[in-house]
Design a protein around this ligand. Structure first.
Ligand SMILES: [Zn+2]
Length: 206
């Protein structure tokens, strides 16, 4: 007999981030509390900080730019980090890097200080003494990117409704850093930054 036990539950406020540990076999549930909000998600092997989530390897191994239930998130060393076990939305992005200060400067001509997923994810990892300097492409959970037959990319408003979620099962011990995306200048978050919910669940056999 198995029982699901929620070990941790927290809310990431708009334009902020949080890092946390999960151990092999635990589940991470990422919840779009109000709907149409993207969560940038990065994972690092807690036994080997040089092994990090790779969107490129994930697309390579899954043979798709999109993710389905049963697909894995892979590392830069071609190992499985997480498995998608539930998904109420079915549309996420593996193409775009995290938003960053330089992105706001070049894409939106915003030169004053703007919160960003890169800095929020970086700050989360810092608490675990993980150096996270280089701009990465995370799993952009709930981000609705359309690619046409010519390869043109269009960012549409997320299709996630209030309370929709995705659940990922850890294949190894991980440090995960999640940011409630800071972009309010485009359809990425439907022009309004909102919170993201996180739950860590243990599947206990007894
Ligand atoms: Zn962002």
């Amino acid at each position: 007999m198995t029982r699901l036990i929620t070990l941790q539950k927290f809310i990431i406020p708009p334009q902020q981030g949080k890092a946390f540990r999960v151990t092999q076999g635990q589940f991470v549930k990422i919840i779009d509390i109000e709907g149409k909000q993207v969560a940038d998600f990065m994972a690092i092997n807690s036994q080997d900080y040089t092994e990090i989530f790779s969107s490129g390897v994930t697309m390579d191994c899954n043979g798709s730019i999109y993710l389905r239930i049963g697909d894995y998130l892979f590392s830069n060393k071609y190992n499985k980090l997480l498995e998608i076990t539930e998904d109420k939305v079915g549309r996420h992005d593996l193409i775009h890097p995290t938003c960053s200060r330089r992105m706001y400067e070049t894409q939106y001509k915003i030169y004053n200080i703007h919160p960003s997923c890169h800095e929020n994810i970086q700050r989360g990892f810092e608490k675990y003494d993980i150096l996270y300097d280089t701009l990465q492409t995370p799993l952009n959970i709930f981000m609705n990117t359309a690619v046409d037959s010519e390869g043109a990319i269009k960012i549409n408003s997320p299709v996630s409704k209030p309370g929709d979620y995705i659940v990922l099962k850890a294949c190894c011990d991980l440090v995960i850093s999640v940011a409630a995306c800071s972009v309010q200048e485009s359809a990425c978050n439907d022009f309004l930054c909102k919170p993201i919910g996180v739950e860590i669940v243990n599947n206990t056999k007894f």
